[in-house]
Design a protein around this ligand. Structure first.
Ligand code: UD1
Length: 331
């Protein structure tokens, strides 16, 4: 298959490109480089021996998108591109709706024009909202208690995709709800490299490990969990990337929704313990109050992806930690 990856030089896009190329597919990476670097293209070539095509461009430039889709004879699109900083989305909601929702509308229109109706969309467990019981099941109601505009954009896009698929035959769409992606490629060549100050746990642990931030702030040790810290479903990005290939190979008419997670929760203290054991160093940390809008425990129900896609995670939190330490040169 020839597949367009929007956001293709980003964290999850680049790892998916590697898995697709290894599977013998052709890929075209499309990215505006707002949160990634063009040098990723050469790294993907170093890992796979194949140089993916790269097209610099923005989803908000509809004309460029249309010419891109008419130029390449694509079989499918995997749509990763979007803004994802929760805090920034609260202060700049219009930017988030314009970029994430507006960009997706342009992409869907360009796909219709080019008669490409096969799409895999990067969604998030955030669409379940804070009142959902664990494990989060694909059948749970979504969109009812989302705490920020970033999460709302993911929910709105999911609704748009349902409407588009219902409007005419031919659409084959998979919505993948990611839990907490962590880790990097084991080669240490590509990985999560956010611009500015990150707000997710693993990049922050790495900033502390490199001495760029004095200590990790733990957002509460009074949650109803075994050790009191927050619990999440941390999924290795290589497992996550492989989930996209499984979804592409099993696409059927209409919209299918799958959680991509491990099915097990691990705590913030367990993440710190993994770092300290594998790095052989203490991680400076301090317990502070809970973060506004935070949730105690989140993990995925994974039976649907296992049964229908034949996909399950194979890598562990320690694998993710080891690969991340390699990426930052501390292995
Ligand atoms: C967050 C977002 C979610 C988004 C996801 C993207 C919130 C409330 N949720 O999810 O909408 O889809 O990022 O990846 O912002 N933690 C600390 N100290 C830190 C950072 C995090 O203790 O400095 C804890 C958190 O309280 C949480 C866990 O680590 O228990 C994971 O946090 P994070 O990486 O931000 O992910 P989510 O909260 O799951």
């Amino acid at each position: 298959m020839k597949i367009l990856l929007t956001g293709g030089t980003g964290y999850i896009g680049s790892h998916t490109a590697v898995e697709l190329l290894r599977g013998g597919h052709e890929v075209v990476l499309f990215d505006n480089l707002s949160n990634s670097k063009e040098s990723v293209v050469a790294k993907i070539e170093e890992i796979t021996g194949v140089r993916p095509e790269f097209e610099k461009g923005d989803l908000l430039d509809k004309a460029a998108l249309s010419s891109l889709l008419s130029k390449h004879r694509l079989d499918a699109v995997v749509h990763f591109a979007g803004l994802k900083a929760v805090g920034e989305s609260v202060s700049q909601p219009l930017l988030y709706y314009a970029t994430n929702v507006g960009g997706t509308l342009n992409l869907l229109e360009a796909m219709r024009e080019a008669n490409v109706r096969t799409l895999v969309f990067s969604s998030s467990a955030t669409v379940y909202g804070e009142k959902t019981a664990v494990p989060y099941d694909e059948k749970a109601m979504t969109g009812h208690s989302i705490t920020n505009p970033y999460g709302e954009t993911k929910h709105v896009i999911e609704e748009i995709l349902q409407d588009v698929a219902a409007s005419e035959p031919g659409w084959k769409i998979a919505i993948l709800r990611y839990f907490n992606p962590v880790g990097n490629h084991p080669s240490g060549l590509i990985g999560e490299d956010p611009e500015g100050i990150p707000n997710n746990l693993m990049p922050l642990v790495m900033k502390v490990a490199r001495g760029e931030i004095p200590e990790l702030e733990i957002y509460g040790d009074d949650w109803e969990t075994a050790d009191g810290s927050g619990v999440r479903d941390f999924i290795h990005v290589v497992d996550l990337a492989r989930g996209h290939i499984a979804a592409l190979e099993k696409l059927t008419d209409g919209v299918q929704i799958y959680n991509l997670g491990t099915g097990a929760g691990r705590s913030v203290f367990e993440v710190i313990e993994s770092y300290e054991r594998l790095a052989g160093k203490k991680l400076p940390r301090r317990v502070v109050g809970r973060r506004p809008g935070d949730i105690g425990v989140v993990y995925a129900a994974v039976e649907k992806a296992r049964d229908e896609l034949g996909w399950a995670t194979e890598l562990t939190l320690d694998d993710a930690m080891r690969d991340t330490l390699k990426f930052i040169g501390q292995d």
